[in-house]
Design a binder for this molecule. Structure first.
Ligand code: PRP
Ligand code: URA
Length: 208
């Protein structure tokens, strides 16, 4: 599936603010949350609706509500946690699973250290959350893990992606729709995104 680059002016404006090295952790977290809410609007566009009858103060009428498909959000730890509160504000009934992966500093390969998913994950449509898609290794492994747990419909939402990561993830999981706030230029020799925003986990949690 072709990745969807979400170039809404509000997203572009807020992405510029999180790229700025002078943006502190508090503002950075707030902006990540706001960008996720804006992206969620598009990522939930295909949710099915059903008609119900309601009574307004003026008349009885038919109106639509979301029906059927149950959602789960799965942030990739750590940085994906920063996207959870924004998306839950819009879809409060969704369940949340967690997958812990870190990139080995020498090989840049993802290493799994945690996985806790809702019991009924195989019956849910899953949106995987991670602000950064660099080589694509973490996203590919997280999605493979979800598929091993029986999940059939998966979307991946990131804020900044490198072309290398978009290509690798699309090749590994062609059935997964990618939603992305900005497509950057390249990876550097340490597999960091250029221009990017630095280490998303460190900027969210103030660990550097
Ligand atoms: C970052 C980011 C992604 C991963 C992307 O996490 O949040 O999970 O790197 O890189 P990739 O596409 O090359 O796999 P990191 O491994 O730094 O862990 P952290 O969130 O705990 O800091
Ligand atoms: N992880 C990050 O947090 N930033 C990058 O640029 C690449 C991977």
């Amino acid at each position: 599936m072709t990745p969807l680059i979400m170039d809404h002016p509000l997203i572009q404006h807020k992405v510029t603010l999180i790229r700025d090295k002078n943006t502190g952790s508090k503002e950075f977290r707030e902006l990540i949350s706001e960008i996720t809410m804006l992206m969620c609007y598009e990522a939930t566009r295909d949710l099915p609706l059903k008609e119900v009858e309601i009574e307004t103060p003026m008349a009885v009428t038919k109106s639509k509500v979301i029906s059927g498909r149950k959602l789960a959000f799965v942030p990739i730890l750590r940085a994906g946690i920063g996207m959870v509160d924004g998306i839950l504000k819009l879809v409060p009934a969704a369940k949340v699973g967690h997958i812990g992966l870190y990139r080995d500093p020498a090989t840049h390969q993802p290493v799994e250290y945690y996985c806790k998913l809702p019991n009924d994950i195989s019956e849910r449509e899953v949106v995987v959350l991670d602000p950064m898609l660099a080589t694509g290794g973490s996203a590919i492994d997280a999605i493979s893990l979800l598929k091993k747990n029986g999940v059939k419909t998966i979307k991946f939402m990131c804020i900044i992606a490198a072309p290398e990561g978009l290509e690798a993830l699309t090749a590994a999981h062609p059935d997964v729709q990618i939603y992305c706030g900005a497509k950057d230029q390249k990876l550097n020799e340490n597999k960091y995104i250029i221009p990017g925003l630095g280490d998303a986990g460190d900027r969210i949690f103030g660990t550097k």
